[in-house]
Write a protein that binds this ligand. Sequence first.
Ligand SMILES: Cc1cc2nc3c(=O)[nH]c(=O)nc-3n(C[C@H](O)[C@H](O)[C@H](O)COP(=O)(O)OP(=O)(O)OC[C@H]3O[C@@H](n4cnc5c(N)ncnc54)[C@H](O)[C@@H]3O)c2cc1C
Length: 492
Amino acid sequence: MQHIAIIGGGTAGWMTACLLQQRWRERGIAVTLVESAEIGTVGVGEGSTPYLRRFFATLGIAERDWMPACDATYKCGIRFPGWSSVPGYESYFHPFFNEADRELGNQFFTNACLRRRGQAADANPQDFFLAAELARQRRAPIYAGDGPGTDYAYHFDAGKLGAFLRTHAVGLGVRHIVDTVARVEQRENGDMAAVHLKNGARIAAELFVDCSGFKGLLINETLGEPFLPFRDNLFNDRAIAIPTPLVDGEDIPSETVSTALRHGWAWQIPLTSRYGNGYVYSSDFVSDDDAERELRAHLGAAAEGATSRRLRMRVGRVEQHWRQNCVAVGLAQGFIEPLEATALMLIQFSIEDLIAALEGDGFGRGRQADYNRRVNEMFEGVRDYVVAHYQLNTRRDTDYWRANRANRHISARLASLLDVWDRGGDFEAELERHGSALMYLRPSWYALFAGMGRFPADLRAAPQTLTAAQARQRLRQMAQAFRSHRGHLSVG
Ligand SMILES: Cc1cc2nc3c(=O)[nH]c(=O)nc-3n(C[C@H](O)[C@H](O)[C@H](O)COP(=O)(O)OP(=O)(O)OC[C@H]3O[C@@H](n4cnc5c(N)ncnc54)[C@H](O)[C@@H]3O)c2cc1C
């Protein structure tokens, strides 16, 4: 292989360009990225999972170099208000886990198991994990002095991250062409030979990476690869984004907030320059205008006069991400709605796996089937975790939430996890049975099931356990060792 062409200059295109060029420039493989000036990027996607740290580490880029350039902040986890109406569980926190969590975290698992079996014990994760306390105190997940390992993710301005990665990729040697692909030339065997640009240029390559966004220019429109919609259990297909200003002098939050509204949920993502907000909802249940009214009411005075952007989401995945000599990455390969901010993680994993597959068989295509199986497994694993939020909701206000709760179109795996949890069975063994295919680790599943208050209503007295108040007291002390978020970001 001598030449790789990437079509699309959104976050997916530039992440792919950086990783491939970094990895293979010594081998003399050239990378070209083509992006259209006429077709914009999706312009959202501002929260990450902790795996983005590995992405920057692979590229050798330090936080101090990229974070200020992208208005980035730290993310300790996600808070979920309004998803559950169970007393004591009206809001919960999905934390990123820290080494310091070992003791209180174990206490949380113990309490959740007691509660699951009908014994009265406090089991809301927001009371037991350090990340939740750091977020409450608006601290950065960074120790002021030395401390054990912490895990965290980021928020960032999507446009600025794209620009930063573009500069980095071009610095590494990626050739950047701004033009629109007008036609794709295929060989007799179905492989792609070249893309023809509007200005007349012909870009030939051995491998094409389709990063063209929701339309899937190469994978769907050219190769005709089927798209598998996830509509049967992920109803949301629209989003409205509205930015709001930061409050002067206020500490910057170190969490994403995902608040359940009447027909979906609203995100709030803090950057150093503004808040990114948006409403993800289902067009089967609410009109765009009503959704915008609801979002504006939710945001209050801060959103007065702010312009909105309306987006359609193609939720689902292609059946084969790698077909012929084309690999789809990013929105072109699929998208699970952004509730757990997993899209960039799936992009990163897809490229990392592609590198391993291509190197593993000497740049042939022997590992194509394995690759497709693995990427599909990742998508289905994340899908189960996101679908579980909707299954577990206990809101009663709208048909949207009732339909989500009553929906029986869930995977056998998720059905089995719910069944074992509800029966008070061996949840640990059930998690182990599914292994890495679950994508989310044990603490995340516990945080979600317990955090939504999925427990029997009738409770008996439990043996003495650590209470939420006692755990919080310990967390408050532990959090003192961490830096203030605004202070650490050196803003204001
Ligand atoms: C509402 C919403 C919220 C989201 N929130 C998150 C989040 O919190 N965290 C997260 O990880 N992800 C999130 N995402 C997903 C994230 O935005 C995307 O995964 C990410 O931006 C990558 O997009 P992309 O590069 O695949 O596509 P795009 O940004 O759409 O880029 C497509 C590129 O293809 C180019 N192109 C298209 N056609 C042609 C052509 N004919 N010729 C040349 N170029 C062409 C365009 O010019 C553009 O450069 C969210 C998505 C949505 C919709």
